[in-house]
Write a protein that binds this ligand. Structure first.
Ligand code: FE2
Ligand code: FE2
Length: 416
């Protein structure tokens, strides 16, 4: 039995998404033409909504636990209705946003294999946006008496968003090199996987039913990111490849903080659990995410050690990685500047707890000081410029960060 049933949007929004695709992802045709060459035996892409199964018909978390899940949005009371809409909107914005970002550097792919993997990711993100439209489109109760058609307004807004206008920061950063497509897959799609997993319990049933098919597609996105990230690091270990170790590290430094912030404030998330929309609070999910990123980077580091020492068993390689990390010495021809580090969760933060958001922490999570006091903004920006990709420094996003930072510290508004 299939894991899902298929459905389509009504003509108005189906054609709106097709138009969006023609404008933002015209390469879809190329992908469809060569699908069987790159993904033999795998079901070809289809622009459809996939309605999966829920684990429980009853609400599993929060104040409505034990009651049947909501089939109609209109049955949810005020705050809950809008909170559900905001989550669906944010989810859909990430889907559209990432297609727009991937396209910027798609043609710089390191080969056809990488290019087709990224195009498949783009196609599936497009389908995820379609899926979120289905959630809003198939349920007439998103039109609220006296409040207009919330569903249609949300969809129209989403169709108009460009890079820089999306809901979450990570989707407003223009890609500047192809390794962004890859690191994004490894670190940002990983957050997506957590969100989809948490939303499997969603108290509004159509959203809950949308999660399992999206979740299983997310595995490919994450897998692509992990696979090529390791490949590029192994190439760097052999002195070849397009990116050096510092360049790979800087790309991780650029994306990891934005991934952390996608979970929302570390102390928040209790309301969505109360509404039964997710099964974990922000801090809980973020903690698990950090551990998984650590494992991804370890997998990359094992690849580096084994490239330098082809006879090392995985256990030997793990010992080397740990020794280099702990001692900072060169071990078995792998130097401390030849492995990839997990940045501190305090580094380059713009949202989250005031203890570190918009505060000058370095990669290791230490406050950067001068004469016993935190450094001034210019010195901090200079430090950041040495830890972030050169191509990124010219992006509007870095300027935006500097603006936020200056504003937080003007007139002594900072924490010192
Ligand atoms: Fe997605
Ligand atoms: Fe994804």
């Amino acid at each position: 039995m299939a894991a899902f049933t298929a459905d389509s949007l009504k003509p108005r929004y189906h054609s709106a998404i097709v138009d969006w695709q023609k404008k933002n992802f015209p390469e879809l045709e190329l992908l469809e033409k060569n699908w069987s060459t790159f993904f033999p035996g795998q079901t070809p892409f289809a622009l459809i909504a996939k309605i999966g199964k829920v684990k429980s018909d009853l609400i599993e978390y929060g104040k409505f636990a034990g009651q049947p899940k909501f089939e109609q949005a209109g049955k949810m009371a005020g705050n809950m209705f809008y909170s559900a809409r905001d989550i669906i909107k944010a989810q859909c914005s990430t889907e559209f946003g990432s297609v727009q970002q991937h396209r910027i550097s798609l043609e710089e792919a390191t080969g056809d294999e990488a290019k087709y993997c990224v195009m498949r990711i783009m196609a599936e993100e497009l389908r995820h946006a379609y899926q979120m439209f289905w959630v809003l489109d198939h349920d007439a109760t998103w039109r609220k008496l006296g409040m207009g058609d919330v569903g249609a307004e949300t969809m129209d807004e989403l169709l108009a968003m460009k890079t820089g206008e999306h809901v979450l920061d990570a989707f407003n950063i223009e890609f500047t090199q192809f390794i962004d497509n890859i690191v994004f897959g490894a670190l940002i799609d990983l957050v997506g996987k957590y969100q989809l997993d948490m939303q499997k319990v969603f108290a509004y049933a159509p959203m809950a039913r949308s999660m399992p098919p999206m979740f299983s597609e997310e595995g490919f996105h994450l897998g692509t990111g992990k696979r090529f990230l390791r490949e590029y690091a192994v190439e760097a270990a052999g002195g070849k490849g397009k990116w050096s170790f510092p360049e790979i590290q800087k790309t991780i430094n650029q994306w990891f903080p934005r991934g952390l912030e996608m979970f929302g404030n570390e102390h928040g998330g209790t309301t969505v659990v109360e509404f039964g929309f997710k099964d974990k609070t922000n801090g809980q999910a973020q903690g698990e995410y950090i551990e998984e990123v650590r494992q991804i980077l370890e997998h990359v580091n094992l690849g580096i050690v084994q490239a330098r020492n082809p006879k090392h068993s995985p256990q030997d390689a793990r010992r080397v990685v740990n020794e280099v990390l702990q001692t900072g010495d060169k071990v078995d021809s792998v130097g401390p500047d030849e492995i990839i580090y997990l940045p501190s969760n305090k580094f380059y933060r713009r949202r989250g707890l005031p203890e570190y958001a918009l505060q000058p922490f370095n990669l290791r999570g230490e406050l950067i000081t001068e004469g016993g006091k935190p450094v001034g903004e210019e010195a901090y920006f200079k430090y950041l410029a040495t830890q972030l990709p050169t191509t990124y420094l010219k992006c509007p996003d870095f300027e935006k960060f500097k603006g936020m930072y200056r504003k937080a510290h003007e007139n002594g508004n900072g924490s010192w």
